[in-house]
Structure formats: structure tokens, C-alpha cells
Write a protein that binds this ligand. Structure first.
Ligand SMILES: Nc1nc2c(ncn2[C@@H]2O[C@H](COP(=O)(O)OP(=O)(O)OP(=O)(O)O)[C@@H](O)[C@H]2O)c(=O)[nH]1
Ligand SMILES: [Mg+2]
Length: 192
């Protein structure tokens, strides 16, 4: 096992491959954009504002993003957030080791209700460690991560990180945080 600061607890080199992580959240919360940004940030191709807001095209079912990072090959499974795909989610979450819950921080009542349901699912059914991304922090109407945590009733032990899939704000931090709370995996780098 590797701890968060990268120190080995045993002499055995850690080789972890194909760690399956979920990208969950209501339709339009920013999962596709986050998946693409994370791929380019980890590949060090990302510059601020490189990703422009794009026309929203809902993901038809499921999408994948490969994030090779040191000895960890994370595969993000985006579960399309539109209502019609939800009956299929349970076919896709099997074998996942962790998850991101993206919340659109402009927080309409519909977003809040949907995010609460996904939160419950993550805690009671999928049962993996997860990080909440209070996304779209670049928008003036966005609520702060603390406000999102309060509205959703999120306990203190669950990380809630303010992110923007457009500017890249804290996207890498959220990725490292998730790796650090998954048993047996640790991140070795800090966000720059
Ligand atoms: N301002 C801003 N817009 C964002 C952000 N993330 C995504 N968007 C925009 O929000 C819309 C929806 O983004 P997507 O990434 O497609 O949302 P999604 O969660 O994948 O949606 P589904 O596939 O339907 O579940 C797009 O128009 C994006 O450009 C963000 O952090 N800030
Ligand atoms: Mg999508």
C-alpha cells in the first residue's frame, strides 16, 4: 500500500492497473467535460481556458476516459445522467473502486433532488469511496462548495471540492483526492 505522501508500507512495488472509477451526476453537471479535461491535464496538454463551453450533447448511455497516471491506469466510466439511462446504471457500476459525484453548483431544485438521490445510491448501494465536485465554480451564480455540502446534507468526512470543468480549477486535486481515499492506492503528487 502507498500512503498519500507516497511512502510504501511494504517493500513490494505497487502495480495497479485498470482502476475503474465512476463519473456520476445529473444530466449536464459537467461529467463529459471533466473527463476530457482530466485526460488532457494528466497528459499535460491542458492550458487554462483551452476547453471552451460547448453545446450540451447528453452522453448516450456510458462513456470512458483513460487516465494513465504513474503505475495507476484509471478508467473513468461516465454514467450518462439523463433519466432514461438510470435503469442501466447498475449494469455499469459493478467493479468500480471509487467515484466522483458532480453537482452543478448553480443548484436548481431539480439538480439538488437528483444529486441527493445519487448521493444516497453511492453511500448505500454502490458503496465506494467518493469525492463530491461542486462543479461550474466559474459561473457567477455558483454556490460555494460549503453551501453545496450543506444543501445536500453531506457529512464532514466526505470531501467536497469546488471545481470547474471549463477552467480546470481543482480538477487534478479532485482526482488525487479520490485516489488517496481509495484503499490501497495513493497519490504521489500535489496539485500545482
Ligand atoms: N460554465 C461551465 N460550464 C460547464 C462546466 N462543465 C460543463 N459545462 C457545460 O455544461 C454543459 C453540459 O456539460 P457536459 O459535460 O456535457 O455534462 P454531462 O454531465 O456529461 O451531461 P450528461 O452526459 O447528459 O450526463 C455543456 O454545455 C458544458 O460546456 C463548468 O465547469 N463550467
Ligand atoms: Mg456527458
Amino acid at each position: 500500500m502507498i500512503s498519500v505522501n507516497g511512502s510504501h508500507k511494504s517493500n513490494t512495488p505497487l502495480i495497479v492497473s485498470n482502476v475503474k472509477l465512476l463519473l456520476m451526476g445529473s444530466g449536464g453537471s459537467g461529467k463529459t467535460t471533466m473527463g476530457k479535461v482530466l485526460e488532457s491535464i494528466i497528459a499535460e496538454e491542458f492550458e487554462n481556458n483551452l476547453i471552451a463551453c460547448h453545446e450540451y450533447k447528453p452522453t448516450p448511455g456510458v462513456a470512458f476516459y483513460k487516465i494513465p497516471f504513474e503505475n495507476i491506469h484509471a478508467i473513468l466510466w461516465e454514467l450518462g445522467g439523463q433519466k432514461r439511462y438510470r435503469p442501466l446504471w447498475n449494469l455499469w457500476w459493478a467493479g468500480s473502486k471509487g467515484a466522483f459525484l458532480l453537482v452543478d453548483s448553480t443548484a436548481s431544485s431539480q439538480i439538488i433532488e437528483e444529486s441527493k438521490l445519487i448521493l444516497k445510491l453511492l453511500k448505500e448501494t454502490i458503496n465506494v469511496p467518493f469525492v463530491v465536485c461542486a462543479n461550474k465554480q466559474d459561473l457567477p451564480a455558483a454556490l460555494k462548495p460549503e453551501e453545496i455540502a450543506k444543501i445536500l446534507g453531506i457529512e464532514n468526512n466526505i470531501p467536497v471540492i469546488g471545481t470547474s470543468s471549463i477552467t480546470g480549477l481543482n480538477v487534478k486535486t479532485a482526482f488525487y483526492k479520490l485516489l488517496s481515499i481509495i484503499d490501497g492506492i495513493g497519490s504521489r503528487k500535489n496539485d500545482s
